[in-house]
Write a protein that binds this ligand. Structure first.
Ligand code: ADP
Ligand code: ADP
Length: 229
């Protein structure tokens, strides 16, 4: 995984300040959670890191390279980042294999490598037996696992999760929480995970960044959260 440094990030939408100068950092291999109520600026922060949104101020650096800042805007596909969204954003008309292989093929990887890496990614999410199925034939949990496989297959320096489990039922959510954490550790990914679910944040992260109204209220390991004098 890569390091990630967000410094003094500001995002304005007209009169609304969605993010008001936040700073935090992840070391390679960290699992960081952005936790906070709806509307506090979590997704906006994530989209800035992904390059889907242009910050009004501040800088973002990945592996020491500034990807967003004054006069700098590296396009999303050149940031070494992948993202998993809340909704099952897999392509229903493509097979599971093709969904996962897409990113590798786009980079011109040779077919043997594509096959090897794709099956490896499907193995990581526990779905190697479903490579020939189509998106429409999968359950919600399976679709989200495919989305995760698709995001890890190119071995991004940083993987961004935007409430990836919130559309799943409680039992599945809990199971996939553990699976995701195990996968992240196994691959050594740097992960930034957005959620409004406190249990999720507390059980998954090395550090929880607690946001409210566009600012960071606290950033600590789960067991130290809310314990400050
Ligand atoms: P969260 O992810 O924590 O729910 P968001 O980052 O989605 O919060 O939103 C933060 C604030 O910015 C909210 O007040 C939201 O309404 C506003 N916002 C987000 N995106 C836009 C946009 N494209 N245009 C205007 N306001 C936006
Ligand atoms: P989330 O579930 O992450 O909070 P939302 O449902 O708030 O996301 O927002 C979904 C999309 O709508 C995002 O692309 C965001 O930029 C946009 N959006 C959110 N709030 C506003 C707003 N007040 N005005 C315009 N667009 C918005």
């Amino acid at each position: 995984g890569s390091s990630l440094v967000v410094r003094d990030l500001v995002v304005r939408y007209g009169e609304v300040e969605a993010v008001s100068g936040i700073s935090f950092a992840a070391e390679p291999g960290d699992f960081i959670t952005l936790l906070g109520p709806s509307g506090c600026g979590k997704s906006t922060t994530l989209r800035c890191i992904a390059g889907l949104e242009t910050p009004s101020g501040g800088t973002i650096a990945i592996d020491g390279r500034t990807v967003a800042g004054p006069g700098v805007e590296v396009p999303p596909e050149r940031r070494g980042i992948n993202m998993v969204f809340q909704s099952y954003a897999i392509w229903p008309h493509m097979s599971v294999f093709d969904n996962v292989a897409y990113g590798l093929r786009g980079r011109g990887a040779n077919p043997r490598l594509v096959r090897e890496r794709t099956l490896e990614a499907l193995e990581l999410v526990g779905l190697p037996h479903l490579e020939n199925r189509f998106g429409t034939e999968l359950s919600g949990g399976q679709q989200q696992r495919v989305a995760v496989a698709r995001a890890v297959v190119t071995r991004p320096g940083v993987i961004l999760f935007d409430e990836p489990l919130s559309n799943l039922d409680a039992g599945l959510r809990e199971r996939m929480r553990e699976e995701l954490l195990e996968l992240q550790r196994q691959v050594g990914l740097t992960a930034l995970y957005v959620t409004h679910d406190q249990t999720e944040a507390m059980s998954m992260s090395d550090r929880v960044v607690l946001m409210n109204h566009g600012v960071i209220e606290q950033a600590d390991p789960p067991r130290q959260l809310y314990r400050r004098p």
